[in-house]
Design a protein around this ligand. Structure first.
Ligand code: CUA
Length: 338
């Protein structure tokens, strides 16, 4: 009896873990529901290894159960089992089988890895340089001459060739529905191609432990029809960066005194266009603040007042020295950047 108890506990603990794991599903973060060709190819690889593991599991368990029953100790039979020492045939067999299985896994894995890293034909693709920082993302479109941060816009149905780099530590680019994870290493450029077959917002994550804010280093991929993508490009090229009212005008002044050293806003007459912090051009059109909070005035004030409490380790300083009037003006200016 006392020996059974821990087994039951283990069983219930396992069941609880399975139930908890089922709560982790999200429609926009699900590798089993790919929305692009890279995601599909990677899922094929996952399924191949799952099928191989299933076959191995069934074969091993069947042999185990068969031996357990066939050669069990029978009542009244006290003869010791036949003593054997090794069997060359079996040794060779169970060395060869895993080698063959690994080869079956390795060939498509290596082939897919290389084919996804290859640059697609230029006339049917766009190029995006992605740079990861602690803890945010910069997206540059060299062919279009624009850049943005935190939200990667891509046209549906087009191959997107990503050049992935990091500025500080190792990060990893991962959009569960579209593809990844590809390491982003300082001083080395890794590449991967992905596409989205349907318009939608796909959640992205950093998949490499990179510091205190790693788990909150979120971003989004916004896949849209070509005409909507073109509209977005135009809005970044000709942004509405002029203050919309007197309050926003005051906000712009506060921004240039406090934030311009790190953040840039295209079209706001800025001389410095640094890459110390996210480019805020078109900030009012973004869906998130810091890749994590909903983009509304209340959250923006929270973020500006105490970013450390929201994203530990962020290099964004707290703007507590601004009084409410100044803070509101700054927020008015930023949320109206379209
Ligand atoms: Cu960047 Cu984890």
């Amino acid at each position: 009896m006392s020996r059974r108890k821990p087994l039951w506990r283990l069983f219930f603990a396992l069941m609880a873990m399975v139930l908890l794991a089922t709560g982790c599903g999200s429609k926009t973060m699900n590798i089993f529901d790919p929305k692009g060709s890279a995601g599909e190819q990677q899922l094929d690889l996952v399924m191949l290894s799952v099928y191989i593991m299933l076959i191995v599991f069934v074969v091993v368990v069947s042999i185990y159960v068969f031996v357990l029953f066939r050669y069990r100790k029978r009542k009244g039979d006290d003869t010791p089992p036949k003593q054997i020492e090794g069997n060359t045939k079996i040794e060779i067999l169970w060395t060869a089988i895993p080698v063959i299985l690994l080869i079956i896994l390795a060939i498509p894995t290596v082939a897919t890895t290389f084919s996804l890293a290859k640059e697609p034909p230029k006339d049917d693709s766009i190029r995006v340089k992605v740079t990861a920082y602690q803890y945010w993302w910069m997206f540059e479109y060299p062919e279009l001459g624009i850049r943005t941060s935190q939200e990667l816009h891509i046209p549906v149905g087009k191959q997107v060739f990503l050049e992935l780099e990091a500025k500080d530590v190792i990060h990893s680019f991962w959009v569960p529905n579209l593809g990844g994870k590809t390491d982003m290493i300082p001083g080395k450029t890794n590449t991967m191609t992905l596409d989205a077959k349907k318009p939608g917002v796909y959640e992205g994550r950093c998949a490499e432990l990179c510091g205190a804010g790693h788990a909150l280093m979120n971003f989004r991929v916004i896949a849209e029809e070509q005409q909507d993508f073109d509209k977005w490009v135009a809005s970044i090229k000709n942004p509405k960066s002029q203050p919309v009212n007197a309050q926003a005008q005051e906000g712009q002044k506060i921004f240039s005194q406090n934030c311009m050293g790190c953040h840039a806003i295209e079209g706001a007459g800025m001389k410095v266009k640094g890459d110390k912090a996210p480019d805020l051009t078109g900030f009012g059109n973004r869906t998130m603040i810091a890749g994590y909070l909903p983009n509304d005035k209340e959250s923006l004030v929270r973020w500006l007042r105490d970013p450390q409490s929201i994203k530990p380790g962020t290099k964004m300083p707290a703007y507590n020295h601004l009084d409410d009037q100044k803070m509101n003006a700054l927020v008015e200016y930023l949320t109206n950047l379209k």
